[in-house]
Design a protein around this ligand. Structure first.
Ligand code: AMP
Length: 179
């Protein structure tokens, strides 16, 4: 890891705020809004993904509801490619694929438009944080229902102690910052 890359990571990590007992008792929520509200830090975070995928022939970003949209949109725009969105049930207007999932603090259903990804399209899935991996695994299932090829799953933050990586073992996983 280069010194400048490491110091960028350290600066980002120093600006992630721990919020204990949100949204439920016992959960320490990793609040990334201090990064978003500083132009330089937000740029640093987006740039980590842009540099990583610039030369990997990625054709589309699939971003996960809701904070994944923030990074996914910026990264797709820098890479000059499109983005599709994975949303919680009932939010998408058009015909959608659906899949159930579990997460660190709840259960739900995720959806993506049936034309969100094309067959064999090279996809990077982006979210802000990897916890147990349930959400990302569900997003991957939606991409696969459309016939997309998952190049990598990318997260700004990974909670390593929740073993999300093991759950996503069949996919390449990248995270910028781990705990
Ligand atoms: P999981 O499916 O368990 O990997 O949970 C990941 C999803 O839930 C991501 O969309 C995160 O934004 C959110 N999430 C889960 N745990 C946390 C946490 N401790 N802090 C912030 N976001 C979280």
């Amino acid at each position: 890891m280069s010194t400048s890359f490491k110091s960028a990571m350290d600066r980002l990590k120093a600006n992630i705020r721990d919020v204990p007992d949100f949204p439920k008792k016992g959960i320490v929520f990793k609040d990334i809004t201090p990064i978003l509200s500083n132009g330089q830090l937000f740029g640093l975070a987006v740039n980590i993904f842009v540099e990583r995928y610039r030369r990997k022939s990625v054709e589309k970003i699939v971003a996960i509801d809701a904070r994944g949209f923030i990074f996914g949109g910026a990264v797709a725009n820098y890479l000059g490619i499109g983005m599709s969105i994975v949303r919680k049930k009932g939010k998408l207007p058009y015909k959608s694929h659906q899949t159930d999932y579990e997460l660190e603090y709840g259960k739900g259903t995720l959806e993506m438009h049936v034309d969100g990804v094309e067959k064999n399209q090279r996809i990077v899935i982006i979210d802000d944080l990897l916890a147990t991996g349930g959400t990302a695994e569900a997003a991957a299932r939606l991409v696969e229902k459309c016939g997309g090829e998952i190049v990598e799953m990318a997260f700004l933050v990974e909670l390593g102690f929740l073993n999300g990586r093991e759950r996503l073992a069949k996919y390449p996983v990248f995270s910028a910052i781990s705990y």
